[in-house]
Every structure is written in C-alpha cells, then in structure tokens.
Design a binder for this molecule. Structure first.
Ligand SMILES: Nc1ncnc2c1ncn2[C@@H]1O[C@H](COP(=O)(O)OP(=O)(O)OP(=O)(O)O)[C@@H](O)[C@H]1O
Length: 686
C-alpha cells in the first residue's frame, strides 16, 4: 500500500494583465505569495495588508502543455498499467484554463491537453508490454445540475439519465452502474470517443466565458492487464479519472439569471460539498465523511482519501479582478494537499484462467498418478491384507500412494468377505452362530463366558455337534484333532479345510458324488454343476460381478466418446497442418519472387496485399492447429486415464471371480479347467 498525500500543482493562465503587485510566484521554491488590501471593496479606510503564502508540489507558471503533461500525466501512466488507480483533476475559477489543461485547445496540435496525451502514451505503454495483455476501455460522464449523463451512450443522454447510478461493490470500489464502457484497440479509437463525448458535452452560454463548461466532466480509462507469459489468473484492474471540474466562481460575479443561475447554484453546491469532504477527510477526529452528499464526491470517493494516486491541478487566472478567486483556489488547493490516500495494486482473479488452471492441475495430477503408480499384483496385496488382518504382521509400513492404499483396502475387503463366508460355512457345519469363528468380524463378539464354555466343549468333544441322519447342509461333528491351530486356519476353509473324520467320509461316500468330492458335497451348500470356467464367468458377471461389469461398460463408453472426439480433432489438426504447409510454400514462392526483383531493380519490396493475406491466414491456421492440438492432447490424457480404469476394473473382476469360482465349484486343484485363464472381454467379443 502506498500512503501519500494528494499532489497539488498550480497552473497559471498566461495573461497580459498579471497582478504583479499582489501575486508573487517563486517557481524555484514552488510557492506563491498573495497580498490584498483589507476591505478594499467596502471603501473602509484601512491600509492594512493581508498576505498569504502557499507552497505546493509544483508551480507551473506560463508552462507549455507538454511541461504540464510531463509533470502531471506521464508518471501516472505506468502505475495505472501496474494496477494503481489514478485521478488527475482540474479545479479553478471559470476561464482559468481547466478545459485547456485537460482537453487542450483545438487550434494547434501542440495545445492538446492531458487527456489526448495520456491516450497516446497509454497505448504506447500497452504496445511496449509484450509480456502483458492489456485491455483499455473508456467511459465519459458528465454531472450537470446533480444529474449524471453518459456522454458516450448511443441513446440521447436525457432519456437515460435515470438509468445510471453510483454503486459501491463489496470491496468498497465505486462503480457507475449502467455507464457504457467502450473497448479501444488503439489511440485513434480512444480519441474518437473523446471527441464524440466532447461534442455531446453540455455547454451553456455564460457572461464570463462563452464556452465555459457548467458541468463536471469525468473521462475515465479502465485498464485491465494480465501476463501473457505466466499462466496466472491474476488480473490487474485500475481506472484513471481525468476530471474537468466546473468553474468555482461566486454566483454573484457571474451575473447569471434563469437557468444559468440555477446551474451556478448547483455547481457551487457540489464544489462546497467537495470542500466539506476534503475537510472531513483531513480531520482525524471525524469518523464520517459526507461523500454521498453529491454525485461528484460520491463518484470521486476513491480519489479523495481512498485507494488512488491523485493529483490536482489548481488553475488560476492571475489578474487583479480575479484576486478573490485566486486566493480561494489557493486555499482549497492547500487543504487538498493534506488529504492522505492509500493506493494499492488492484488485483482481480480471472475466472476463465482460474478454471483452466484447475483443469490443468487435475489433468497433471491424473497424469502423475498414472505415471508413477505401477499396480501391484492383486494376489500379492491379498496376501499382505490377509497377513495384516490375521495379525501375522502388525503394521504395513510402506504405503507408497493413495492408489496403492485403495487397492490394498479393496483386497482387505475381499479377505474380509472370504473370512466371513468361510466362518459362516464353518459355523453352519458346526451349528454355531455365524461369526463365531471370526471374533470381531461380522457378527458382534460372543459373551466371554459362552465362548469359554464352547472352547472347553471343543477341546473335549471336537468341533460341531452330533447329527442324526444329517443330510444337505448338516456339517456333523469334527474330531478333536481337527481343531485348527491358527485362527486363520479356523476361518479360511478354502485352502485349509480340516480333514473330515473317517466316519463321516464313509458316510458321505455312501451318498455318492457327481463332483468326485463326496465329503465336501455333504458338508457345504450344494455346488453348481460346472459347465466351463468361461461360462461360469459369464454367469458371475450377470450376478455378483454385475456392478464391476457395469463400471467397465461405462468406462468403455466414455473411452469410445473420447476416441471419437480425438479422431475428429486429429482430422482438424491434419487439415490445418496441410493448410499451413501450403501457405508456407506460397510464402516461400513470394520470397523467391521478391529476392529476384531485389536482384533486378535493387529495390526491396514491401509486403503486398497477397503476402499480407497469406501471413494473416497462416496466423489463423496456426492458431487453429494449436487450439485443436491442445484439446487433442488433453483428450489423450483423459483416454489414457480411462483405459487405466478399465484395466484395473478388469483385474478386480477376474480376481473376484476366481475367489467366487473357487468357492462355488470344485475342479480338482491344478486341473485344466481350474488353471484356465479367463478372458474378461469374452462376452463383448461375442
Ligand atoms: N495556459 C493557457 N495557454 C493558452 N490559453 C489558455 C491557457 N489557459 C486557458 N487558456 C484559454 O483561456 C480560455 C478559457 O480556458 P478554459 O476554457 O480552459 O477555462 P476553464 O477553466 O475550463 O473554464 P470553465 O470553468 O468555464 O470550463 C480558452 O480560450 C483557453 O484557450
């Protein structure tokens, strides 16, 4: 934040009748001394002199327009592009040269004022900043009799004067709602808007000065700049108010009547409100500043005591007849110098760039994930999960990525399901409640007394209960020695099936078995007739594996869409590339022609219309190519990501199926059917 007082510059209007007796100007010290005989006008005999000395930031006495701009305008331009707000305002009595200072005299180019010079320098500054994209818009507003008029509105101002109003946004920035803003690409466009506004400006006939303005005029440049080099969402936003205030003369001196008297009253009122605001801002004990009392002070709230770098030019007309006005202007100017402003760089966020930035971040992260994560074989993770859940290992130290954790969690779920299922099968064989074999998993843990009782029973009598004529789902009673030594052994009967006792073996053999595993057939839920592993897989996908199958299908359809889009973009890129090559060849031909004519006439050809058109087209095609290629690259990343999803889902599907298959069918271990690899795309291909 830059805290500084408002700069005040005194500019004198050149005159042949300079009041040299009363006004002494010291340009070196930037001071001015004014002397006046007391009550001279009242005719009272009083030879006492009254004298004032004022000191300012600068006194521009008989200065050229260029000098005025160099001091007042030039330093402001770069700070505007950097994001600081700025205001340059001209204050002073009618005819003192406010409009001349601000807009200039039309008679000669060298008389152009601060506004046209600012526009010229501003666009030079914009063009010189290759690394920045700068947008300049202008607005032009007039305050006349406390009404605001948009001088650049295509609708006649009197019709839409009610349509514009001053508003303050949540950050305290003042804006004029409904005011038209005109984007300008260059100095010429901006100048023509200034001329258009000036033509529309309300000018009233007046005794003191035929063309003097009876209104306040504010020409504003709204500047936005953002970096072309860095992909940043930061946009520097600023405004530069160039203000031509109405004349500050006293009403009685104007000799006005009718409308112009009313005008003068309004002007005096708003200028006195301006004074009140300045006084209030300077008074540390005042907590309220009456900005809202008038349109002018409301509109210039940022400029006086706010977020702005402000400079005031106090125009004086140093003739004896204007002594009162000169003193009054100097007094006001001195007060203005005490106003402290707090200018900050105004930074906004460009939502478009912000969105693009987030999209890029997501894409990069996805890409990084795909790049760095090499999926572990599911069997390995399954084994790790089982070791962890059964307490063989206390901790899993190495968790390299979220994807790894996710896969591991998934395997944990599978282990859990398997354990739960085995426990259920085990308990139904033993007649226990489900979950008895896996304390803490599935069902709530058993009452400790009951658990102890059962343990003793198992130790004494073996696992399970005697069944009379057991058939179907009965599990019978396991002998004492079949009690598993390890908790997992008890839980996981898939691989660690306790051997049935001879008695029950015989029993089962008596019942016969199609699968060749009589013992299991009698002790487990009836297993399905095996057709083929691939057919079982089909069945699995329609039933338990339905969700995974659906996920794969959704991903596949996404992938298809992406690929279709990619193929369209590829065509556009190829077309653009072809056009670029053709245009380059044409350009080459043109260059050869030029070279030849240079050798013949020794004159270097300038770019002709055809060459210009080729260059323009080349630029457009390159842009088209770049845009579409960027989109293509982004889609390629997406497609890669989706393909990876599909592979993962397929792996999961096969693994889950293998578990399911193992639990539901009994091909002899190591048999051809059991070893057969599954083709997850079998039904798709069919
Ligand atoms: N520094 C100057 N050099 C040459 N001519 C000047 C200068 N200052 C003012 N003038 C001339 O004085 C006349 C009045 O100036 P101008 O219209 O700028 O006054 P003003 O303060 O804007 O008055 P108003 O308050 O009525 O708008 C114009 O003809 C202008 O050309």
């Amino acid at each position: 934040m830059e805290k500084e007082t408002i700069k005040v510059v005194i500019r004198t209007r050149p005159t042949a009748h300079f009041a040299s007796k009363n006004i002494k100007i010291d340009s070196e010290n930037n001071s001015i001394t004014i002397t006046k005989l007391k009550d001279e006008e009242m005719g009272v005999i009083n030879n006492q002199q009254e004298s004032w000395q004022f000191k300012y930031s600068k006194i521009l006495h008989n200065s050229s327009q260029e000098d005025v701009f160099d001091y007042c305008g030039r330093p402001v331009i770069s700070s505007i592009v950097e994001g600081y707000n700025g205001t340059i305002m001209c204050y002073g009595q009618t005819g003192a040269g406010k409009t001349f200072s601000m807009t200039g005299g039309p008679s000669n180019y060298k008389y152009r004022g601060i506004i046209p010079r600012t526009l010229s320098l501003m666009f030079q500054e914009v063009d010189s900043r290759f690394d920045q994209q700068v947008t300049v818009r202008v607005s032009y507003i007039e305050i006349y009799n406390e009404l605001m008029f948009d001088l650049l509105s295509p609708i006649p101002t009197h019709e839409q004067s009610g349509n514009i109003s001053i508003v303050e946004d949540i950050s305290g920035n003042i804006k004029v709602k409904g005011l038209t803003m005109h984007a300008c690409a260059n100095e010429e466009e901006a100048l023509s808007l200034l001329f258009e506004g000036d033509t529309n400006r309300t000018v009233s006939q007046h005794e003191l000065n035929k063309n003097s303005s009876r209104s306040h005029c504010i020409f504003t440049l709204h500047v936005e700049s953002k970096s072309r080099v860095e992909s940043t969402e930061k946009v520097h936003v600023s405004k530069l108010h160039l203000v031509d205030l109405a004349g500050s003369e006293r009403t009685k001196k104007t000799g006005s009547s009718g409308i112009t008297l009313k005008e003068a009253a309004f002007i005096n009122k708003s200028l006195s409100f301006l004074e009140q605001v300045v006084v209030a801002v300077c008074d540390k004990h005042r907590d309220h500043v009456p900005y809202r009392q008038s349109k002018l002070t409301n509109l210039l709230k940022d400029s006086i005591g706010g977020n702005c770098k402000t400079l005031m030019i106090a125009n004086i007309w140093p003739e004896i007849s204007n002594l009162e006005e000169t003193i009054s202007t100097c007094k006001f100017a001195t007060r203005m110098m005490r106003v402290h402003n707090k200018a900050i760089v105004n930074v906004n966020q460009d939502p478009e760039v912000l969105l693009k930035k987030y999209e890029r971040e997501i894409r990069d992260l996805k890409h990084e994930l795909n790049q760095t994560y090499v999926p572990e074989p599911p069997e390995k993770l399954f084994d790790l999960a089982r070791q962890f859940l059964t307490g063989s290992i206390d901790d899993i130290d190495d968790l390299p990525s979220i994807r790894y954790c996710r896969d591991l969690m998934h395997q944990m779920k599978l282990v859990y399901k398997k354990l739960e299922m085995n426990a259920r099968v085990g308990s139904s064989r033993r007649g226990d409640r489900p979950g008895d074999g896996i304390e803490g998993i599935g069902e709530p843990p058993m009452d400790p007394a009951e658990l102890e009782r059962r343990k003793t029973l198992i130790e004494e009598e073996g696992v399970g209960e005697e069944e009379e004529g057991a058939a179907g789902f009965g599990v019978g009673k396991a002998p004492k020695e079949s009690k598993p030594q390890h908790k997992l052994e008890m839980m996981d009967d898939g691989d660690h099936q306790p051997e049935d006792d001879e008695e029950s073996k015989e029993e089962n053999e008596g019942e016969g078995s199609e699968m060749g595993h009589p013992s299991r057939k009698s002790k487990r839920p009836k297993r399905k007739q095996l057709k083929s592993k691939q057919e079982a897989f089909k069945e699995y996908k329609e039933d338990e594996g339905k969700q995974l199958e659906e996920d794969i299908r959704t991903n596949r359809s996404d992938l298809r869409e992406k690929k279709e889009e990619m193929s369209k973009l590829r065509e556009v890129c190829n077309g653009a590339k072809k056009d670029i090559d053709n245009l380059k060849a044409k350009l080459e031909e043109k260059n050869e022609e030029k070279q030849k004519s240079l050798e013949l006439d020794g004159e270097e050809d300038v770019i002709d219309e055809e060459e210009y058109n080729i260059l323009r087209q080349l630029k457009e095609h390159k842009k088209l190519y770049r845009e579409n290629f960027d989109k293509f690259k982004s889609l390629k990343g997406d497609a890669f990501f989706i393909q990876n999803n599909i592979d993962q889902l397929k792996e999961q599907l096969i693994f889950k199926f293998e578990v399911w298959y193992d639990e539901n069918f009994d091909p002899p271990a190591g048999s051809k059917e059991a070893m057969k690899p599954i083709d997850p795309d079998f039904s798709e291909k069919a």
